[in-house]
Design a protein around this ligand. Structure first.
Ligand code: F0G
Length: 351
C-alpha cells in the first residue's frame, strides 16, 4: 500500500465504512511518534521514556482530520448537502477542507473573538461560511446541534464517526511501540479525543495505558465536577465549559486507572515554550497542556512507582503555526541591522 494512503484505506476493516462509502481523504494519519529526551529528563524519566505523537502534521494541522475523513465520507454516503459544526477553530478548519474536497457546503459556528487566527484563515480559505456566535463554544455547539437536521450533517465529535476515525491514532501508537504505552497524556476540551484513544487502545488489544487528560484550570469542568458557564484560558482550543463527551471521558479515566487534572495557563505556556526550545516541536498552546500535565504529574511523584522501561505518550494535538499571536508571547530575540556587512559582523559578535 502507498505510504500515507489515508486512514480509511489503512484501517478500513476497523471503521464503519462499506464498499459504497465514497472516501473523502487528504491522506491523513500516519503521523510521527518522536522521542522527547529533554522533556523526559525534566520528568525524571529515562531518555526513551517519553514520546510525542505529532498530530499537527495532519493535512490541516490537527488531529481533527482523522475524525473528519470518516465523518465527511459518511455524510456524503448518507446524501448530506452540507456539513455543520461548532468549533474553537480546528474542527472548523478540518471540516472546511474535507467539505471542499467533497463538494459540500460547510457552515462553522465560532465563538466570536476566541479563535486563533490561522484556524479562521484556513476555514475561510476553504470556502466555509463562518458564523461568529456572541457566546462561547458551548453556546455554539447548542446552536449547531439544534440545526443539524435534514440534509445538514453535524460533524462535531458528538457524531460517532468522528470518534471512530480518531481512534486510529491509538492503533498507530501501538504499532510504533509494539504495545500500548503505560501512560497516555492528552489535552481535554470537548472530550472526544480521550474517548477515541481509549476505544482505540481497547480495540488494539495490546495493553491499556492509564489515560491522563488535562484541562486548562480556567476551563476545567470535569475536574471541578460541574459545568463552567464562562470558561477562560488563553489556550483557546480547549476553552470549553460543558464537554459533550463528559461521561465517556470519566469512563476512560476510571476504566484505565488514569486521571483528569487541571493545569494553569502559566504552566501550559511554559510547556509550549519548552517543547519549542528544547525538543524542536512547535505545537499550539492547548496541545502543550499534555506536557504541562506530564511535568505536574512527575513533580508530585506520579512516576515514583513506574516500572523501568516505562513508556509515556503525549499527543500534541495541533500545529503551532495555527496560532501566531500566542507565538509572539514567547521570549524572543529580534534585532535590526543595516544592509551592510560590517554592521552585521559587529552585530554577530555582540550578544
Ligand atoms: N487540542 C486541540 C488543538 C484542539 O483543537 C482540541 C479541540 C483539543 C485539544 C481537545 O480535544 O475536544 O476532543 O477533547 N478542539 C475542538 C475544535 C473543540 O472545535 O476544534 P477534545
Amino acid at each position: 500500500m502507498a505510504v500515507r494512503a489515508g486512514l480509511i484505506a489503512r484501517w478500513r476493516a476497523r471503521l464503519p465504512v462499506g464498499p459504497r462509502t465514497p472516501v473523502v481523504t487528504l491522506h491523513e494519519g500516519d503521523t510521527p511518534l518522536v522521542p522527547a529526551p529533554r522533556l523526559a529528563r525534566r520528568a525524571g524519566l529515562g531518555p526513551e521514556a517519553v514520546w510525542l505523537k505529532l498530530e499537527g502534521l495532519n493535512p490541516t494541522g490537527s488531529f481533527k482530520d482523522r475524525g473528519m475523513t470518516v465523518a465527511v465520507s459518511k455524510a456524503l454516503e448518507a446524501g448530506a448537502r452540507g456539513v455543520l459544526c461548532a468549533s474553537t477553530g480546528n474542527t472548523a478548519a478540518s471540516a472546511a477542507a474535507y467539505a471542499a474536497r467533497a463538494g459540500l457546503r460547510c457552515v462553522v459556528l465560532l465563538p466570536d473573538g476566541a479563535v486563533a487566527l490561522g484556524k479562521l484563515a484556513q476555514a475561510l480559505a476553504h470556502g466555509a461560511e463562518a458564523v461568529m456566535v456572541r457566546g462561547n463554544f458551548d453556546d455554539a455547539l447548542r446552536l449547531a446541534r439544534g440545526a443539524a437536521t435534514g440534509t445538514w450533517a453535524l460533524v462535531n465529535s458528538v457524531n460517532p464517526h468522528r470518534i471512530e476515525g480518531q481512534k486510529t491514532a491509538a492503533f498507530e501508537v501501538v504499532e510504533a511501540l509494539g504495545r500500548a504505552p503505560d501512560y497516555h497524556f492528552l489535552p481535554v476540551g470537548n472530550a472526544g479525543n480521550i474517548t477515541a484513544y481509549w476505544r482505540g487502545y481497547r480495540e488494539a488489544g495490546k495493553g491499556r495505558p492509564r489515560m491522563m487528560g488535562w484541562q486548562a484550570a480556567g476551563a476545567a469542568p470535569i475536574v471541578r465536577g460541574r459545568p463552567i458557564p464562562d470558561p477562560e484560558t488563553a489556550a483557546t482550543a480547549i476553552r470549553i465549559g460543558n464537554p459533550a463527551s463528559w461521561k465517556e471521558a470519566l469512563a476512560a479515566r476510571d476504566e484505565s486507572g488514569g486521571l483528569i487534572g487541571a493545569v494553569g495557563d502559566a504552566a501550559i505556556f511554559a510547556a509550549y515554550a519548552l517543547l519549542a526550545r528544547e525538543e524542536g516541536v512547535f505545537c499550539e498552546p492547548s496541545s502543550a497542556a499534555s506536557a504541562a500535565g506530564l511535568l505536574a504529574f512527575a513533580r508530585r511523584g506520579g512516576f515514583k512507582k513506574a516500572p523501568k522501561g516505562v513508556r509515556v505518550v503525549l499527543t500534541l494535538t495541533g500545529n503551532g503555526l495555527k496560532d501566531p499571536k500566542s507565538a509572539e508571547t514567547l521570549p524572543s530575540r529580534v534585532r535590526r541591522c543595516a544592509a551592510d556587512p560590517a554592521a552585521f559582523r559587529r552585530l554577530l559578535g555582540s550578544r
